[in-house]
Write a protein that binds this ligand. Structure first.
Ligand code: GDD
Ligand code: MG
Length: 360
């Protein structure tokens, strides 16, 4: 079985993290995000994956390589962003697609049963089958009502007025013929706004998916996915967590510090005496000084937090930023890579600080 993974978006909602690392390989619980998706696809019989990249494609390739646990990885790189369907047409035009394939959004952490979805696709004779998942808040997703037999009745992307809470989970079974006939070549094309709405009544089906599902594309959901993975959902091959439910990677120095609960430290981090790091994610080589506090925040690689400084919940700090001694980064603030916050300074809650600005 072949899968094409859409991994070329800019990940704008995950800035500043995605300024320096593309979303598909952003570390999640200490591993490149896509490795979880690849494990999932492999469990359902996928043996070849086309990674459709655009934005920062070299980094994706450098991290994942050409073979992953026996699966062949191929890369198709766009010069210009082609949207969600355009990349599939590009792969088709390059002669890479099989007669039937899975198309997967490259930012979902899930254990949805693709084998069942394929079986339903076969049974109904569908041209395209969409995995649908029930969520509480549908506003950032495609809403997809179906009839009792699973036929899709409408595809409503980011609808203000949703007729159901079943959303497009970003996992499609697609007949290769649909790609040639329904996706125009040579320009950006959206599955959600163009291809699926036009396929309603013409072999477009929904598959009611159950299990775990989350789109990691915002800082809030990235943290939520981290906590869930640490707690064992979805099941994964992560190393065992410590007694606080945290994952501390190799090369970290944490003696005398309070790390956890539910925290991930990347490689070679150091946390000083009596510093607290709780429910947070630190990427590789982050340094937190003595008596500092980092709570429910995400610190990208090489960030330095000075002694007695505080980083408050939902703050996201870009790579290499420096937070001075005793400084405070307020709730929900976003600091671009390389920002310097002077000692004792305060970044207001919700502030957006550009690299050139700095904070005094
Ligand atoms: N190659 C390529 N080129 N990939 C792209 C491009 C592009 O131009 N634009 C977006 N992608 C990839 C993204 O990297 C992501 O993996 C996937 O396509 C979906 O894009 P998002 O930007 O994350 O879309 P979304 O989350 O707002 O909405 C989509 O996903 C929801 C489920 O998570 C839609 O498919 C919704 O209908 C769906 O409910
Ligand atoms: Mg998304």
């Amino acid at each position: 079985m072949q899968a094409l993974v859409l991994a070329g978006g800019e990940g704008t909602r995950l800035r500043p993290l995605t300024y320096t690392t593309p979303k598909p390989v952003l570390p999640l619980a200490g591993r490149p995000f896509l490795s979880f998706m690849l494990d999932w696809a492999r469990e359902h019989g996928v043996d070849e994956v086309i990674l459709s990249c655009g934005f920062m494609s070299d980094d994706v390739r450098r991290v994942l390589g050409d073979i992953y646990h026996g699966m062949r990885l191929r890369y198709v790189v766009e010069d210009e962003p082609l949207g969600t369907a355009g990349p599939v047409r590009l792969a088709y035009d390059q002669g890479l697609l099989e007669e039937r394939l899975l198309v997967l959004n490259g930012d979902v952490l899930t254990d949805v049963d693709l084998t069942e979805e394929l079986a339903q696709h076969e049974r109904t004779g569908a041209r395209v089958t969409l995995a649908l998942y029930a969520v509480e808040d549908t506003s950032s997703y495609g809403v997809v009502p179906t009839d009792a037999d699973g036929r899709v009745e409408a595809f409503l992307e980011k609808s203000p007025d949703p007729p159901t809470n079943r959303i497009n989970a970003g996992a499609y079974v697609v007949e290769g013929s649909v790609v040639g006939e329904r996706i125009p070549a040579g320009r950006a094309v959206s599955f959600e706004r163009e291809v699926f709405p036009a396929l309603v009544g013409e072999g477009l089906y929904g598959f009611p998916a159950a299990g775990y599902w989350i789109d990691i594309g915002t800082p809030e959901r990235y943290l939520e996915a981290t906590w869930d993975l640490l707690a064992g959902h979805p099941r994964s091959s992560l190393p065992p967590r410590d007694e606080t439910g945290s994952l501390v990677s190799e090369g970290c120095l944490v003696s005398g510090a309070h790390v956890g609960p539910q925290t991930v430290l990347g490689r070679n981090c150091s946390v000083g005496t009596d510093a607290r790091v709780e429910r947070s994610v630190l990427h590789d080589r982050v340094i937190v000084g003595a008596d500092a506090a980092v709570v429910e925040a995400v610190l990208a690689e090489r960030v330095r937090v000075g002694e007695r400084a505080r980083v408050e919940p939902a703050a996201v700090v870009g790579a290499g930023a420096v937070i001075g001694e005793g400084a405070v980064v307020g709730e929900g603030a976003r600091l671009e890579p390389g920002v310097r916050v002077e000692s004792g300074a305060t970044v207001e809650p919700g502030a957006r600080i550009k690299a050139a600005e700095g904070v005094r």
